[in-house]
Design a protein around this ligand. Structure first.
Ligand code: OMP
Length: 209
């Protein structure tokens, strides 16, 4: 993905008109729009054809290699990047890398409090799996800048970081810890003026990149 603003909007909106309006409004200020199950399940994969700019399909693909292949082949037509879990293992992740035409990003530590239970403990193995599968970047938490720093040091890969805003992560801390892109959802799509809020966040990011 080409970094222009360092901002990715998580369009976790299920209403069609609202999703279209937000996608249009944020487009000048973001490097990509990330879509997740709430939007894909409510509007269908075909809806992604209406999202302007670069589309990241956050389907957190996490299955056996053959099923991952089938998923990647379905998403190829609709998205420029795909998010997959590293925990099913190297063969599963490699299947995404092999069969998805765009960038593949692997989740190595999640941002929510429950991720302390398993992800944090297994992080180094997940990083190793991501590196062996030759992914294009990793997803790591803005809610834990120390983890971010360690993940950046160990991978040297592009780091896409969710958790700024609604989950408590801070823009400056996250970028200083090594994030290359911030993934921001609710702080933007719930704002009175999502376009203006995306512009404001992109401008703040530009101070630190
Ligand atoms: P907000 O918390 O509303 O800014 O949204 C964050 C977005 O990032 C949502 O789409 C989450 O599903 C996603 N996300 C996380 O919040 N934490 C993670 O550890 C991983 C992701 C993700 O893979 O994008």
């Amino acid at each position: 993905m080409n970094r222009r603003t360092g901002l990715i909007h998580a369009l976790d909106v299920t209403d069609r008109e609202k999703a279209l309006a937000v996608a249009e409004a944020v487009e000048p200020h973001v490097d990509a729009v990330k879509v997740n199950y709430p939007l894909v399940l409510s509007q269908g994969l075909e809806f992604l054809d209406h999202v302007p700019g670069t589309v990241v399909a956050d389907l957190k693909v996490a299955d056996i290699p053959n099923t991952n292949r089938l998923i990647a082949e379905q998403v190829n037509r609709y998205a420029d990047a795909l998010i997959a879990h590293a925990f099913p293992g190297r063969d599963s992740l490699e299947s995404c890398v092999e069969h998805f035409d765009g960038d593949v990003y692997a989740v190595v530590e999640m941002s929510h409090p429950g991720a302390e239970q398993i992800f944090k403990r297994e992080r180094d193995d997940l990083i190793q799996t991501a590196l062996e599968a030759d992914v294009d970047g990793v997803i790591a938490p803005a809610t834990r800048p120390q983890s971010l720093r360690a993940i950046k040091e160990k991978t040297g890969l592009d780091l896409l970081s969710p958790g700024v805003g609604a989950q408590g992560g801070k823009i400056r801390e996250t970028l200083e810890a090594g994030a290359d892109y911030l993934i921001v959802g609710r702080a933007i799509y719930r704002a009175d003026d999502p376009g203006a809020e995306a512009a404001r966040i992109a401008s703040e990011i530009s101070n630190y990149l």
